[in-house]
Design a protein around this ligand. Structure first.
Ligand code: ADP
Length: 396
């Protein structure tokens, strides 16, 4: 059996991990270290049918990863014997259009993108540094959220600002969720039995963060997120598209700083902001069904915005071979997909109600009628995609 690949998503106070055997689609072990730096910090481990949670009070990233590698060692998986560690890295700026083995130069470049993702890149780098210490001989591989969108043309990535801001500060649209969009698009190629580099698709990732991407000939040509993940669709707590004047207006009205306005747009807006009760779609659907007016409104704005963006993304394509739904909401909510597709009849979508209710599971992922532009539900698997990139990089 080949040695496993460890996949890490290292955030500011949490580390999500999965262990894959190369070639296998399901992780053999997975879990989460949460609330790092707090007395309540703990490490959860899912292995087969067993779930374990270990209290690791005040543990930092290093302690949590040490503990994890010790647990792996007890199971006979020594850190030095890992094939690779694959790290999700949020921002690769214009440096990286594909996954790479992290050497000193790459490390510096990722670090230099930290000003574009100050909450994420430093935490991702911390994961890389710690694993280098714990397993010095094992290749550390970075898989970027932005890489898939590096194929965007200037017409799609430039903001209409003075050009120097792009040149001097990197102010442009980068796009995110690239690993997820790439995964579901490749999966769609398998399902539709067409070569990936001939396909025209629109993928919609609807989780806590939400984005949609137009893919032509296997390449991302437009996407809804921008310089940061705040742009585009309505999300759990992020506002998505906004008139930029609102920053100043709210700053004056509420007598608060630009930083505070930005925080509100990121953490108290979106579904939570409109509904006033939750950022969680399940709770909102339940509340809406019970007559909660603002929950209903939040759902309407959410779906309207998706359809509006899909319409815009379609202008980058000559045809739509498939509209792909993924992410927690996209994969599980028949009601949201129905509303989105109803708003998109102009693009030839016609939903198959029965197939939609079973999330396309009995219909080879399809949730549209034979006459319709194809719409599919494809569960994402970013962790597997990262592991797969590791295998491919090492074998090339
Ligand atoms: P993350 O972006 O954190 O990975 P997920 O992809 O897990 O998030 O998506 C979380 C969202 O999916 C939440 O809004 C949750 O309510 C929603 N969700 C999960 N299951 C369902 C469901 N059955 N119906 C509607 N929404 C769902």
């Amino acid at each position: 059996m080949p040695n496993p690949i460890l996949v890490l998503n290292s955030g500011s106070s949490s580390i999500k991990y999965s262990l894959f055997i190369p070639g296998q689609i399901e992780a053999i072990i997975s879990g989460l270290a949460e609330r790092l730096g707090e007395p309540e910090a703990h490490l959860s481990i899912r292995h087969g049918n067993t779930n374990q949670s270990i209290h690791i009070p005040n543990a930092d990233h290093r302690f949590a990863l040490e503990k994890l590698t010790l647990l792996f060692s007890d199971m006979g998986i020594h850190p030095e014997n890992l094939t690779a560690v694959g790290h999700r890295v949020v921002h690769g700026g214009e440096y990286f259009s594909e996954s790479i083995i992290v050497d000193d130069d790459a490390f510096r470049k990722i670090d230099s993108c930290s000003h574009l993702a100050p909450l994420h890149n430093p935490a991702n780098l911390l994961g890389i540094t710690t694993m280098k210490l714990l397993a010095p001989k094992v290749p550390q591989i970075a898989v970027f959220d932005t890489a898939f969108h590096q194929s965007l043309d200037p017409q799609a990535y430039l903001y209409a600002l003075p050009y120097e801001y792009y040149k001097d500060f990197g102010v442009r649209r980068y796009g995110f969720h690239g690993t997820s969009h790439r995964y579901v698009a490749q999966k769609a190629a398998e399902i539709l039995q067409t070569s990936f580099d001939k396909l025209s698709l629109i993928s919609i990732h609807l989780g806590n963060g939400c984005s949609a991407t137009a893919i032509r000939d296997g390449k991302s040509v437009d996407t809804t997120m921008g310089m940061t993940p705040l742009e585009g669709l309505v999300m759990g707590t992020r506002c998505g598209d906004l008139d930029p004047s609102i920053h100043q207006f709210l700053g004056h009205k509420l007598n608060i700083s630009i930083d505070r306005v930005t925080e509100i747009l990121n953490t108290s807006s979106g579904l939570l902001g409109i509904s006033g009760i939750s950022n969680d779609m399940r709770s909102l659907i339940e509340a809406s069904d019970q007559g909660h007016k603002r929950a209903k409104l939040a759902i309407e704005v959410f779906c309207f915005r998706i359809a509006r963006h899909v319409g815009g993304l379609a202008t980058s394509l000559n045809q739509i071979d498939g509209l792909l739904f993924t992410g927690g909401i996209g994969e599980n909510s028949a009601a949201i997909r129905q509303r989105v597709l109803d708003n998109l009849s102009i693009l030839g979508f016609d939903i198959d109600q029965k197939a939609n209710l079973t999330h396309g599971k009995q219909h080879n992922h399809l949730i549209s009628t034979k006459e319709s532009t194809p719409a599919l539900v494809i569960p994402t698997n970013e962790e597997w995609m990262i592991a797969s990139d590791c295998s491919q990089l090492l074998s090339s």
